[in-house]
Design a binder for this molecule. Sequence first.
Ligand code: GLN
Length: 452
Amino acid sequence: LTVTDLVKNTLKSIESTQNDLNAYIAVNQENALKKAAELDKNGVPENEIWAGIPVAVKDNIVTIDLPTTAASKILENFTSIYDATVVERLREHQAIIIGKANLDEFAMGGSTETSYFGTVKNPWDHTKVPGGSSGGSAATVSNGDVIGALGTDTGGSIRQPASFTGVVGVKPTYGRVSRYGAIAFGSSLDQIGPLTRNVRDNADLLNIIAGLDEHDMTSSDREVPDFASKIGEDIKGMKIALPKEYLGEGIDEDVKQVVLGAAEKFKALGATVEEVSLPHSKYGVAAYYIIGSSEASSNLQRFDGIRYGYRADDVKNLEDVYVKTRSEGFGDEVKRRIMLGTYSLSAGYFDAYFKKAAQVRTLLIQDFNRIFENYDLIIGPTAPTPAFKIGAEIDDPTTMYMNDLLTIPLNLAGLPAMSVPAGMADGMPVGLQIIAKSFDEVTMYQAGAAFE
Ligand code: GLN
């Protein structure tokens, strides 16, 4: 098989399902084939395991050879003049950027229904959502078009769609991967990470994108280990915590059973699993929607009709340019976040909302630190339910927000977490969430692979 054959097959697979799934906003046909021909001519480097392999990139990560829209009208037809660091690294390792995956507008959502370019469908059942916001990345991996994709995760946007579509999704430790070139949503929460069909590929893809970057001052200078180095080692004696809050109110009975089954499997592999408590996790969603929206309201100020993308017609003056462009360019969910965030940051309300949320965040971090004094890993469900029907939650933001009840605390704490397929409920896949200590992705991958 030549790289050209592989790329052609991938393009064919994408083309044959795009009408149904809508997983892509743009496909990189010409450049992908050009790159493939080049690799076929010059030879595929032996030590580069992603060389010649097609990878999908979520469309809130900038690329020079394709537009980057963040699934928003306000960035329709915007093309970046630089590549995101993760994209640069994929290219350095000779991977092929096959296309830009659909998402919720500006990564705000949990179902990929807020995309300006239309809803993405779950390959398992086209009447159901693929989760979100990295729904396009998850759907194309789940559908078998590609073996790897990049997503972003601010409150669960890699892990929840991974759970809904039966793939492996990882949010690395905050700072592990450069955010340079990822369109900022909540800068203290955002991380880029891989979605793949199995744990091994996920570790290998993270190996490529991780590490210090001078363009992102929050990227960490911690040494980057081989994330796959402990895959295959047994997990005898590993200490695993199962928080009782993660099996409590609002979690589907079927999902609980899958997680309890997973706990038994870990025990059978020689680990211990014990119940613990994360008393502040119930405040996670509330704190997240204040912090995340506050940061978003600030980050999204740059979309003003002057600098990027869309500009409204028929404007009378500068203020009119801003107001009309933003009114027409942003969708409802994005506007909701901007209003919530602006309110929380305003002088009269800062102490009551933003400051309070920041304090809750500290309590949550302390909960995790306490657990990790005695345990190697924490497990629980990734999402409270399997994939739901398209249309079922989109008009009810608070129900939609609760989908990330179990993923949000890890963004607030900056910890690495993975969703790995663990069973089925209601004919749909269910993911197990595996959470590790800060910068200990190696143990997370070891346990994920042992479980898989
Ligand atoms: N669903 C959450 C939200 O809407 C998380 C999104 C994300 O992680 N990007 O904010």
